[in-house]
Design a protein around this ligand. Structure first.
Ligand code: HEM
Length: 397
């Protein structure tokens, strides 16, 4: 078995610059055991695609246990993200109703308005942090809208709960005080949604929680805890990743002034920027799976019940799939083949919504502040090996 003495995703150096480590793993140990995580890693595009195509071998069943452990906000039922087909299919069909292209396109004006208001606030500060003063609030405000939560009342809390929950995969390395704060956030999030569900039972609206309650009442067998679990996952999935996509897309344009000039001259290119960012700097770097039996891959045997990480952040830089993969190139052919939203049954339900949010944020920021520039040339990334985005990005208009 290959060991991974120098492959440590918990190390700060790795988290700042994972790509050289991924490249080495793709070339030398495309399937390897990672001691620091007590898990197996899969690094090549084709191999990650294989895991998504075969849920009978690579099950999602332990996603929540692995990702959140004791910080699972709804431990009573398996979350949609931890179900395999066919159980997954039933829940996903109901949730899909809230994410059809027609519903999402219908939100464009609302999204533009939320973003415009947030830019008013950020711009009023003069110099500001593009991440914490702006990007972080875009998805929480939009997701709160979908869930039917008061955006202004909800967004500060939403952000805090989400920031605490994404620390859960690193929980073995965190101090007691931080763990206690995370526990508190999880309890608050849960209590908040229990109240919201009770409220929407009495006051149905045009929102996802009401839609989920209605599905239950029409005897489509969604239980109270299933509704709670779905709402909590959408809040989490929808609140975190798009803010990193926004921050990173802007960073990519700061890094490439010629591309930025083209986008400013032709804002319809923003969609290309978002897609290429999803490939080049995926906000989610791996997906949790469990081997359901002994699995042979690249002369290694992944033992049954092992935790497996499919590193989509590495797959998206695989030179076997993408030419010159480390270069950010909005004209790249086939960039849409990226795995930034995963593949298969769990392919992100909020892909279109996330892309619309990000496109609108970049377009409006550049329109309003054509000379927007970073204050420091150094960029620090978030201390995480799961989620990638700028930690902070101070900018001046
Ligand atoms: C724009 C940035 C986004 C990225 C990069 C992203 C990425 C992903 C990835 C990689 C997965 C698969 C996870 C797995 O299989 O373990 C996923 C699933 C999911 N995402 Fe997203 N996501 C984004 C936006 C959103 C938004 C805006 C929402 C909701 C409002 C959302 C809700 C979900 C849900 C509920 C799932 C689970 C789907 C299922 O299990 O069937 N995501 N996302």
């Amino acid at each position: 078995m290959t060991t991974a003495v120098d492959f440590n995703p918990l190390s700060p150096e790795f988290q700042q610059q994972p790509y050289p480590h991924y490249r080495q793993a793709r070339d030398e140990t495309p399937v390897r055991f990672i001691e620091a995580l007590n898990a197996w890693g899969i690094f090549r595009y084709e191999d990650c695609a294989y895991t998504f195509k075969h849920p009978e071998l690579f099950s999602a069943r332990d996603f929540i246990t692995n990702a959140f452990g004791e910080f699972d906000p709804v431990p009573e039922v398996p979350s949609i993200i931890a179900l395999d087909p066919p159980d997954h299919t039933r829940l996903r069909k109901i949730a899909n109703v809230a994410f059809t292209p027609r519903v999402i396109r219908g939100m464009q004006d609302q999204i533009d308005k939320v973003i415009s208001d947030l830019l008013d606030e950020a711009q009023a500060k003069g110099e500001f942090d593009f991440v914490s003063d702006f990007a972080a609030y875009v998805p929480v405000s939009v997701t709160a809208e979908i869930l039917g939560v008061d955006a202004v009342l909800g967004r500060g809390d939403f952000k805090r709960w989400t920031m605490d929950l994404i620390k859960a995969p690193s929980r073995m390395a965190l101090p007691e005080a931080e763990l206690a704060q995370m526990k508190k956030s999880v309890e608050e999030l849960r209590a908040y949604f229990i109240d919201q569900i009770a409220y929407r039972r009495k006051n149905p609206g045009n929102d996802l929680i009401s839609a989920l309650i209605q599905a239950e009442e029409e005897n489509q067998s969604l239980t109270e805890t299933e509704i709670l679990s779905l709402a909590a996952l959408i809040q989490f999935g929808g609140s975190e990743t798009p803010s990193h996509l926004i921050g990173t897309s802007m960073w990519e344009l700061f890094e490439q002034p010629e591309t930025r000039a083209r986008v400013q001259a032709d804002p319809s290119l923003v969609g290309e920027v978002v897609d290429e960012t999803l490939r080049h700097q995926s906000p989610v770097h791996f997906v949790f799976q469990t081997a359901t039996q002994d699995i042979e891959m690249h002369d290694e045997t992944i033992p049954a019940d092992s935790l497996v990480f499919s590193f989509i952040g590495s797959a998206n830089r695989d030179e076997r799939m993408f030419n010159d993969p480390d270069t950010f190139d909005i004209d790249r052919k086939g960039k849409n083949k990226h795995m930034g939203f995963a593949r298969g049954a769990h392919y992100c339900i909020g892909d279109m919504l996330g892309k619309i949010m990000c496109g609108s944020a970049i377009r409006q920021a550049l329109e309003r502040m054509p000379n927007l520039h970073p204050v420091s040339p150094e960029q620090e990334w978030m201390p995480s090996f799961w989620i990638r985005g700028p930690k902070e990005m101070r900018v001046a208009p």
